[in-house]
Design a binder for this molecule. Sequence first.
Ligand code: FAD
Length: 383
Amino acid sequence: MTPNPPFTDEHEQLRASVRGFIERELAPHAQRWEDEQRFPDELFGKLAAQGLLGLKYPTEYGGQGGDYLHEAVLCEELARIGSGGTAAGLGAHVNIATPPIWKFGSEDQKRRYLVPAIAGQLIGALGITEPGAGSDVAALSTRAERVDGGFVVNGEKTYITNGVRAHFIVTAVKTRQTTPAARHHDISFLIVDRREGVVSSRLDKLGWHASDTATIAFQDVFVPAQNLLGEPGEGFKLIMANFQWERLAMALGAVGAMALAWERTAQFARERHAFGRPLSGHQAIRHKLADLATSVYTCRCVTYDALRRFAAGEEPLREVTMAKLLTQRACFELMDACLQIHGGAGYMREYFIERAARDARLGPIGGGSDEIMREILGRALSL
Ligand SMILES: Cc1cc2nc3c(=O)[nH]c(=O)nc-3n(C[C@H](O)[C@H](O)[C@H](O)COP(=O)(O)OP(=O)(O)OC[C@H]3O[C@@H](n4cnc5c(N)ncnc54)[C@H](O)[C@@H]3O)c2cc1C
């Protein structure tokens, strides 16, 4: 098949190999991990052994020396696990926890955190959201007081992916006294090791059952000065820089999940009979599947265009935001329509679509909600 730009033959070969690995080694266990509400930590080592935790990172840190397009292949293919929670836990490590260390970290931080993270020996999380600060990131109130040799951190993060299992948490904190006018210029990042005073509590949720989502309380946690990530007070820039890739990764994940759900639902519609013919023989179902195929295609085109621009070094804020906004809602709507085509079976645990529909609900909320995407677009469109 001709590769779909910006991907090339090389990327398609990578895709075939990643898909084979996922279908062989991960997908068969998805149901068990969902039931156990946790995928094993060993999965990080397993992916690392395939080079999949460092596709975009330089070889000097143990990465594969590829770029964002190689990583994009993984983002899309992780959906083939068939467990949004497993994809989310692995994705959080690769797409949101380690990139800030790569982009903003010192050489020493890269050696201590990025190298073992790429090797699957350390698991990372990104801790920004707080009980009182979600969409309004600048309202965060976790404090880092300067003390001799470092900082003492107090506060609470919530909804943190890998929040129980993570060995280190890339954590947004306030280091100065905040005035309302300066609140965006008052955020810093610390790499916080799991240690005394870091207390995680697992949260129960609608979907993503195999991932651990947690609150993390920091109670007088000492963090050495060499774990300050980037410049003090410049954390908002780090958050914004990170968001572009996170949102693209989410768009790619949605496209992968939509394609998988469509394939399986079309198959179901060919096999299931009602009123003397396959479901797909009924025009209403056939047309619905045609509409859904169009939605997969549209979402893929918009996402690939934003990806192409991003990988070329543009700053496609508008296109990435549109891709995130379009794909997350479209994914959830497609899952709902696919569930409907499954009838009663779609409501049953044993059918993958029941889980896929629950898993897809997070998309329009996480990584910047639909409403926040529209706010960003409003500004970008000078409204
Ligand atoms: C399963 C899961 C995993 C997550 N993983 C992580 C993680 O790893 N790390 C991390 O830091 N965070 C994580 N998050 C947090 C996620 O990014 C936030 O939930 C999200 O940004 C929304 O913030 P909030 O929940 O505080 O909602 P709020 O900000 O309280 O918003 C509530 C509602 O109001 C709307 N709203 C808010 N402001 C406006 C406005 N100005 N105009 C119009 N509408 C508005 C929102 O869109 C939303 O619909 C995760 C969340 C979930 C559920």
